[in-house]
Design a protein around this ligand. Structure first.
Ligand SMILES: Nc1ncnc2c1ncn2[C@@H]1O[C@H](COP(=O)(O)OP(=O)(O)O)[C@@H](O)[C@H]1O
Ligand SMILES: [Mg+2]
Length: 210
């Protein structure tokens, strides 16, 4: 059976993940084997997933309870894993995701303190089985710097509206995962320029997939 490669982009708000995913997508468009790559967005990526994304991010008044939020993330992750990611990897494709379960450890585990990182990882295993990223680009940016960037790009969603302490705990969650699995994590200094980071990612990416 052919096996693909699964790459995720992780980090707090406004650290530049989506900017770099977009640049990588443009680069891949120029490759002769561009059809070997697929991009997915977490949460979302399937029709049901996009609806759940809307529930998760846009209900500011009647906001989901913390455990509802955690279970909805697991639900959308199950859906996208079974319907999109696992079949693509089986075909030998390279799957690139803007966020995956490390986000849940950081946000629902460390920041919202719903349950421990280990419990989140167990719950994740129930939802997605053995699926695991091969490489994770972790965009590291101080919450102070991220707040400055966010001020330039309203409107903000429910997570983005959380305070500084919340985002400091998010950063601790990512650091925890990066320490737990140093070989999977590629730490990107997200304070560098967009162009510098794009070059670094392209370099890592080429050593991974070419
Ligand atoms: N390396 C960078 N330096 C300065 N600003 C950046 C950089 N990368 C992205 N930005 C800007 O920061 C904001 C958030 O970027 P975005 O890619 O949407 O972050 P994320 O997807 O991680 O939330 C955007 O306005 C973007 O143009
Ligand atoms: Mg983004």
């Amino acid at each position: 059976m052919k096996k693909g490669i699964f790459i995720t982009f992780e980090g707090g708000e406004a650290c530049g993940k989506s900017t770099q995913v977009k640049l990588l997508k443009e680069y891949i468009e120029s490759l002769p084997n561009k059809d070997d790559f697929i991009f997915v967005r977490e949460p979302g990526g399937t029709k049901i997933g996009e609806e759940i994304r809307n529930l998760l991010l846009n209900y500011k008044e009647d906001a989901p309870l913390p455990m509802t939020e955690l279970l909805l993330f697991c639900a959308t992750r199950h859906q996208i894993s079974e319907n999109v990611i696992k079949p693509a990897l089986k075909e030998g494709k390279i799957v690139i995701a803007d966020r995956f379960y490390d986000s849940t450890v950081a946000y629902q585990g460390f920041a919202r303190e719903i349950m421990s990182a280990n419990e989140i990882l167990n719950l994740t295993k129930l939802a997605i089985g053995d699926l695991k990223p091969d490489k994770t680009f972790y965009f590291k940016l101080s919450p102070h710097e991220a707040f400055k960037r966010k001020a330039n790009c309203p409107p903000l969603d429910r997570m983005e509206l959380e305070g500084m302490e919340f985002h400091q705990r998010v950063a601790q969650g990512y650091d925890y995962m990066a320490n737990l699995e140093p070989e999977r994590f590629c730490i990107v200094d997200a304070s560098k320029s967009i162009e510098e980071i794009a070059e670094e990612i392209k370099h890592e990416f080429n050593t991974l997939v070419m």
